[in-house]
Design a protein around this ligand. Structure first.
Ligand SMILES: [Fe+2]
Length: 376
């Protein structure tokens, strides 16, 4: 008798079909029925082995299900939630699907959708769905190739050169509101598209530079057929009258030269945008200092300063000193954030909120771009 025996409750068993058999076998029908102890096999029998194997397989399968449910669909995202990447000045929202694009773009200025298709037709449909009718690339400043009516190659510069940070077409009176980049082929090395928050760039600039640019920027361009862009390519027309009409409606001075066309126009250096002051110009990109020294020397020798394909000055027409350009570059360097492209990545950039550039690369990098006025 164990010490628990006294505490075991007496159970009055109800008569049942089984009771008759029990009575015949001499067992009491009422009161506690001692259950004979079931001998435990010292070694698991065949059935136990089967049960153990079944339980192990079920636990393994259940574990797999749990792990699969927990596994992120996109390794960058970590879960089906939006994640952020960047630095203290610039943030890119990595969103799991199109639902979060509008809010994230408003808040952060740049959004990355990862793990999509590299099919350009699909990309164009996506742009039309999210951004509306794509814009044509007018008043071009860099060579590009049209892939479709709405999709262009990104700027075709030599792979070993960087493209300075800039806001698209900020030298013009009209510019795209939203840029859609897609990575069709990632570079072997380098080739990132750094992003910099334009309000951070403005904040990082020394006050003396902001004061110097208080009157804006003067952009000069010299279009010729032998170097840079011809006026036909830049304005996408063969008709001089179309160019003249464009210049008149966009407040540009123009002058036809024996080699082509020369223009000069004035634009602000920074603007208010959604409650922020943003650095929004291409003074650093247009300025002759963005050319390599040997190309600059050669162009100056052949064409002179007025004949440079493009150049930039302060709003009053005075030259921009090297220390101001260095300060702009330093502000962009501090604010910018770059991530490695993966095929199928789609980067959506609020053009007024964020500047972009390009790092040197090796390999067959293919980043395409489409532009819209905004989001639908
Ligand atoms: Fe660009």
């Amino acid at each position: 008798m164990t010490r628990w025996a006294g505490r075991r409750p007496t159970v009055r068993r109800l008569p049942s079909a089984d009771a008759a058999g029990r009575r015949r076998r001499g067992f009491p029908v009422t009161g506690a029925t001692p259950r004979p102890a079931r001998p435990r096999p010292r070694h698991p029998g065949r059935l136990s082995l089967r049960r153990t194997a079944y339980a192990w397989r079920w636990r393994s399968f259940a574990g797999k299900l749990v792990r699969r449910a927990r596994r992120p669909l996109n390794p960058w995202i970590g879960s089906r939630q939006m994640k952020l990447m960047g630095n203290e000045h610039t943030t890119i929202a990595v969103v799991p699907d199109v639902e979060g694009i509008r809010g994230s773009l408003m808040e952060h200025g740049a959004v990355l959708l990862r793990g999509g298709s590299t099919d350009i037709g699909e990309f164009e449909r996506f742009v039309r769905t999210v951004g509306g009718e794509p814009l044509e690339y007018t008043e071009r400043s860099t060579p590009r190739t049209s892939v479709t009516d709405a999709v262009y190659t990104s700027t075709e510069y030599p792979a070993d050169a960087s493209i300075p940070m800039h806001n698209e077409a900020s030298y013009s009176e009209t510019w795209p509101g939203v840029l859609f980049f897609i990575c069709a082929t990632a570079a072997e090395t380098g080739g990132a598209t750094p992003i910099a928050d334009s309000s951070a760039v403005y904040r990082l600039l020394p006050q003396r530079v902001l004061d110097h640019f208080a009157e804006g920027v003067v952009y000069t361009r010299s279009y010729r057929s032998d170097i840079g862009l011809s006026w036909q390519e830049a304005f996408q027309t063969e008709e001089p009258a179309d160019v003249e009409a464009y210049c008149k409606t966009h407040n540009q001075e123009f002058e036809w030269t024996p080699d082509g066309l020369r223009t000069r126009h004035h634009r602000p250096a920074h603007q208010d945008y959604r409650g922020r002051r943003v650095w929004f110009n291409q003074a650093n990109l247009f300025h002759a200092s963005s050319l390599s020294p040997d190309i600059y020397e050669t162009l100056m020798e052949i064409y002179g300063e007025d004949g440079l394909p493009r150049n930039a000055y302060f709003g009053d027409g005075s030259p921009i000193p090297a220390e101001d350009l260095s300060a702009i570059k330093a502000a962009y360097d501090t604010a910018s954030f770059a991530f490695p492209w993966e095929p199928g990545d789609v980067l959506i950039v609020d053009n007024m909120r964020c500047a972009h550039g390009r790092q040197p690369f090796t390999g067959k990098r293919r980043i395409l771009v489409s532009m819209t006025a905004g989001l639908k």
